[in-house]
Design a binder for this molecule. Structure first.
Ligand code: URA
Length: 250
């Protein structure tokens, strides 16, 4: 059986972005930290850091933020980029401000372009992040693309061939599945995550993507009720769906 890790309360709350350890000690002294309803005034006290802690502890009257190991499903809106380092609006702005100060940091799992909307995952779990973005993962990602010009009818076979090359790449793309939805709209499923992959695939056929939206990743779909800019935490069973039907999967 694995032992539940323990942490000093000041270290834990500081890592969750509530302030420095001194700030946290002050909050605790003033009665702002409670566990199962009881005040904890000594922030040097150790507690077990189990996932249910968020339901048992309050800080300044609010439930504790989720502890480490969180996975966020976000409906990425257009016009935002994915890196902390980018200038302008970034997807992290959509999360609680305190979460920017968390250690380990919350990062996007892969990226979507500024002009792409749809399903985006974020996590503070580095192991999970690397398992998902690893070229070996072969996780299917489905995009809905709107094109500037009508499909010419050759795309399906070319994308599925396993011989389709993108400019300046040295290896052909793995087979991808194209489902035409209209003359100028298609659903495309790829199992790699090359730079601007979908836009470059259509560009290589002489077309141009005017709108791009990610609908699925592995066995996860973007829920209809999640509007652009909205997010929710994934449950453990939902996280497992990421790897559904992959060599790494359940
Ligand atoms: N392919 C692209 O071209 N852009 C994205 O954002 C995702 C996949």
């Amino acid at each position: 059986m694995t032992k539940t890790p323990t942490s000093r309360i000041d270290r834990l709350l500081s890592a969750l972005g509530y302030g420095s350890r001194t700030d946290v000690a002050r909050i605790a002294r003033s009665g702002g930290v409670r566990l199962d309803g009881n005040r904890i005034t000594d922030a040097t006290q150790r507690i077990a850091v189990a996932p249910d802690l968020a339901g048992r502890m309050t800080v300044m009257g609010q439930p504790l933020d989720p502890v480490a190991g969180l996975v966020i499903l976000l409906h990425k809106p257009l016009g935002m980029t994915c890196s902390h380092k980018d200038e302008g609006a970034v997807v992290h702005d959509l999360l609680p401000a305190r979460w920017r100060r968390r250690t380990p940091v919350i990062s996007t799992i892969g990226r979507l372009d500024k002009d792409t909307s749809g399903l985006l995952l974020l996590t503070d779990d580095g192991g999970l992040l690397h398992r998902v973005i690893s070229p070996k993962s072969r996780i299917a990602k489905t995009y809905r693309a709107t094109l500037a010009r009508p499909l010419d009818g050759t795309e399906q076979a070319r994308f599925a061939s396993g011989r389709f090359m993108l400019e300046s790449d040295d290896k052909p793309l793995l087979p991808a599945v194209l489902e035409p939805l209209s003359n100028t709209e298609a659903r495309l499923t790829v199992t790699e995550g090359r730079y601007h992959q979908v836009r470059r695939m259509f560009a290589a056929t002489g077309n141009h993507v005017v709108a791009l939206h990610r609908e699925t990743l592995g066995g996860l779909s973007l829920p209809d009720e999640l509007a652009p800019g909205e997010w929710r935490l994934l449950r453990v069973d939902e996280v497992a769906l990421i790897f559904q039907n992959t060599p790494d999967g359940p």
